[in-house]
Design a protein around this ligand. Structure first.
Ligand SMILES: Nc1ncnc2c1ncn2[C@@H]1O[C@H](COP(=O)(O)OP(=O)(O)O)[C@@H](O)[C@H]1O
Ligand SMILES: [Mg+2]
Length: 390
């Protein structure tokens, strides 16, 4: 169909997103580079003069150190970096801030906000059912990231908020999180726990599986009577909070649907994460959410077509027969060059095969670096790639 649209997408970069968006959410399969991309987008935005905050979830330890996020902190914290080095822009330096999501603190604040009284909030927060479910219910971390995003948006202090997403099994879980959270809070959870086998709506089935497991974990630790008491209290104390929660979930979704909120879909050039990226782009479209583009991370850079594979092979064969001990090594190097070039071609074919039908507005490739990205210089390098126009 439209490989031309994909070729056009390749000529654009995330520069506009970095300059104009108010919210950027990086999403994608596990381990593809979401956290790295989020931090690099933050660096790029700060370089264009914007006051930027990166809300990160699970940075690799050394990256966290580099960004000054060593201790767990739920508050934004300024990252010092030289915005102008290497770049010849005359733009005023922006600011780069970072913080790590603390799920429990965010959930507790949500309870404080919606509880009917201070006693009510305290009762819920000390309830064992709440403490276990709030940290193990699938989708909670995703939802809390969105909730925290909304709080930060409300402060009006940030030009751009870059949100990293949790290492979810599937990136799609992320989009289901607000709905699952509301179903949970509407008490459907209880009904389903009491009557397993009741027909569950789409998405709810998986939630029940995870909740039931969390529930059994609590059940294993306390006696039956204590458990029943906690459960009764939990639902009694939540009474009257559902409306507030639901409203909040709607506000969070509205913020995500705003045209200034855009999703950056990160993938590696292998078929499984590429498939996930395609599903995610399709889902964004269905949900009326906006894609900033796709980042294909850790790609093998393209190489010159010359010399041809056939002449490389011929040259290697000739060297194999030579007497000089260095020649077989040179022959191996020539064959390796051919393999790497084929890999680069195959990766581009796989990307095109997976994504041509979803037509992302931007497609950027980030080369596989010879080292981990664990410092601000590494982030700057990736930031430049993400925003470079070809
Ligand atoms: N282009 C790249 N080249 C080399 N290493 C990379 C690149 N992008 C990311 N990495 C490394 O891959 C690992 C996983 O990246 P990360 O951003 O934590 O993935 P995710 O957040 O999707 O789980 C990290 O150690 C990171 O430094
Ligand atoms: Mg991550």
């Amino acid at each position: 169909m439209s490989t031309r649209a994909l070729d056009e997408a390749r000529t654009r970069s995330l520069e506009n997103a970095v300059r104009d968006a108010h919210v950027l959410v990086t999403t994608g399969a596990g381990g593809v580079g979401k956290t790295t991309a989020a931090a690099a987008l933050g660096v790029a935005a700060a370089r264009t003069g914007r006051r930027t905050l990166v809300l990160t979830i699970d940075p690799a330890r050394r990256l966290a150190q580099a960004m000054g996020l060593d201790g767990l902190t739920d508050e934004p914290h300024q990252v010092s970096f030289d915005a102008h080095d290497g770049s010849s822009t005359a733009e005023p330096a922006g600011e780069l801030w970072a913080m790590m999501l603390d799920m429990q603190t965010t959930f507790d604040r949500l309870i404080d906000r919606h509880a009917t009284s201070r006693e009510n909030a305290a009762a819920i927060k000390s309830n064992r059912i709440y403490r276990t479910l709030s940290s193990t219910l699938s989708g909670t971390q995703e939802y809390m990231a969105m909730e925290r995003l909304h709080e930060l948006h409300d402060t009006g202090e940030w030009d751009l908020l870059v949100v990293d997403t949790p290492p979810t099994r599937s990136a799609l879980d992320f989009l289901d999180a607000p709905n699952r959270m509301t179903s949970f809070l509407e008490g459907r959870l209880l009904r389903l726990l009491l009557k397993p086998g009741v027909a569950a709506g789409r998405g709810v089935g998986r939630m029940v599986g995870a909740s039931a497991t969390a529930f059994m974990r609590v059940a294993g630790r306390v006696t039956g009577m204590e458990l029943l008491q906690d459960l009764a209290n939990f639902f009694r104390d939540f009474e009257g909070m559902y409306e507030g929660f639901k409203e909040r979930a709607d506000q969070v979704l509205a913020l995500l649907r705003d045209p200034d909120s855009r999703f950056v879909v990160v993938t590696s050039p292998e078929p499984p994460p590429l498939r996930e990226a395609r599903f995610f782009l399709e889902r964004l479209e269905q949900e009326g959410l906006h894609a900033a583009g796709v980042v294909v991370n850790r790609v093998q850079p393209e190489m010159p077509r010359d010399p041809s594979a056939a002449s490389l092979r011929r040259a290697a064969e000739k060297l194999d027969d030579g007497d000089d001990p260095a020649e077989p090594a040179t022959a191996s190097a020539l064959r390796l060059l051919d393999d790497v070039r084929n890999l680069a071609t195959r990766q581009r074919r796989d990307v095109a095969a997976a994504l041509y039908s979803v037509e992302p507005p931007v497609l950027v490739e980030v080369p596989l670096l010879g080292r981990d990205v664990h410092d601000v210089d590494g982030l700057k390098e990736i930031a430049s790639t993400l925003t470079a126009t070809r």
